[in-house]
Design a protein around this ligand. Structure first.
Ligand code: ADP
Length: 447
């Protein structure tokens, strides 16, 4: 059933000597579907990743389970795993599930990734006495970005596409594909309206790749540069900043076991600075800074172990020399109805978990696909009635939120809560009614 083309791709994916990135829509060499199983170790664990991986593989072999995204319990009867493992999570099956529905154990070849989160927090580099800090630096996978990838909801395929793209780019480099014959680079541009999760998606992607490539690169780092802050004040200083910053990045990439992600946020400010300089309203120093940045980026590009991630809030054509440099340009738009529903559902579930919204009847909300399906069947059994009622209300809320960004949606439940007359006992359907009113108010204030 699978075309031989995807078989070829899958050979590229299945890196022989270490488990590479996996993608559920690609069959493995034996026609099984590759599924990532991410295993997060406890901060205290000193176990070797190989031992954990072997133990997890044995555990999965013994289970006849259905593979869906989400956590699976750490087995209590395996003291080695129980002592060392904080969480096991099945990832990236959504595309498969969307197209083919269930994914059963015998269809799957799990690719186990073992990692430990860095708790170090961001290292900041102050850019001078009275200037904004120009960049942040994290060791990946970082505690701050734990769960970020899962929390971002887009139409099916977007996250997978980015993941696959970056994984292919790293693989091409690793296999030494000659760039004169096949050209590719490692620059990604996400553009779209503000608040659609572009910056978060870049960070989440870096985190994800750091987990999936753990066995190839022993160190992963993320450097976040705010392009806007580079131009905040003194252009003469900016020049020095850019030089200093890239020198630091250069040192990082020279170490071949380092995988370095450079995130440049709001790249449109580079274009703006250039325009302003050309029209004479800014000192021409700014042109030099932009050019320095572009030159430095070009220089970085030749290193195999660096991925440059960029974002822009400009939705139309970004007229900047830089755009040509990006290999993948993905538009990240406002959340669709399904995404709005899922974002709000995750918010509500979190409030239920925290006991802010009280769930006397212990109902769980249906996911969007199940809800759609149930809506087509006219008869609903008694026990389904309540979850269905709440899920329908949630859908009404998601409908009412058309026009709000992902960022605004994540804030909405808080605003709704603060609008309640009695914030201490709040029953889900009352909460959802307030949420709908709050969404309408927010939207009318946007106008
Ligand atoms: P941008 O860079 O596009 O302005 P951010 O990455 O700063 O957006 O997004 C801010 C926050 O908004 C995210 O951390 C996330 O909580 C929320 N958010 C935005 N879009 C989405 C989405 N599609 N799904 C889930 N959360 C989202």
């Amino acid at each position: 059933q699978h075309a031989s083309g995807s078989r070829e791709l899958c050979k590229l994916e299945g890196v022989a000597d270490h488990p590479g990135p996996s993608s559920p829509s690609m069959p493995a060499a034996d026609d099984k579907v590759l599924v990532s199983v991410e295993v997060c170790l406890k901060p205290s664990s000193t176990a070797r990743a190989e031992d954990i991986r072997a133990a997890i593989e044995r555990m999965l072999e013994q289970r006849s389970m259905t593979y869906v995204n989400g956590p699976i319990p750490v087995p209590v009867d395996d003291s080695f795993l129980f002592e060392n493992v904080k969480r096991i999570r099945i990832c990236d099956t959504d595309e498969w599930v969307e197209n083919h529905r269930v994914l059963l154990f015998w269809q799957v070849r799990p690719v186990v990734h073992v990692y430990q989160l860095s708790e170090e927090g961001p290292g900041e580099e102050p850019s001078g006495d009275d200037m904004l800090s120009s960049f942040n630096e994290w060791i990946l996978p970082a505690k701050e970005f734990d769960g970020l990838w899962e929390s971002l909801v887009y139409e099916v395929g977007l996250k997978q596409r980015l993941l696959r793209y970056a994984a292919s780019a790293l693989l091409f480099t690793e296999r030494g594909v000659d760039p004169c014959l096949v050209s590719w680079n490692r620059i990604i541009l996400l553009h779209g309206p503000p608040g659609t999760g572009k910056t978060s998606l870049c960070k989440a992607l870096a985190q994800k790749l750091s987990i999936h490539f753990k066995s190839r690169y022993s160190w992963c780092q993320l450097v976040e540069v705010n392009a806007h802050s580079l131009f905040s004040k003194w252009f003469s200083e900016s020049g020095k900043l850019v030089a200093k910053l890239f020198q630091k990045i250069q040192e990082m990439v020279e170490e071949e076991n380092n995988l370095v992600f450079v995130l440049i946020d709001e790249v449109e400010s580079l274009a703006a600075a250039r325009h302003a300089a050309l029209s004479g309203s800014e000192p021409s120093d700014s042109i030099r800074v932009v050019n320095a940045l572009l030159t430095q980026m070009d220089r970085l590009k030749s290193w195999p172990n660096v991925i440059i991630l960029t974002t822009s809030n400009i939705t139309t054509a970004i007229d900047i020399a830089f755009v040509d440099r990006a290999d993948i340009k993905a538009y990240v738009g406002p959340p669709t109805l399904q995404a709005r529903y899922e974002i709000l559902r995750s918010c509500l579930q979190e409030l239920l978990r925290a006991g802010i919204v009280t769930n006397y009847h212990d109902v769980s909300l249906l996911n969007y696909s199940s809800l759609k399906e149930t809506m087509h069947t006219s008869e609903t059994a008694g026990e389904l009635e309540r979850p269905l009622h709440l899920s329908r209300l949630l859908l009404e809320a998601a409908n009412a939120c058309q026009g709000l960004s992902g960022r605004a949606l994540r804030k909405l439940p808080f605003l709704a809560h603060s609008a309640l007359t009695n914030p201490y006992t709040c029953e889900p359907s009352r909460f959802l009614h307030t949420l709908i009113e709050t969404a309408r108010r927010e939207l009318s204030e946007q106008k």
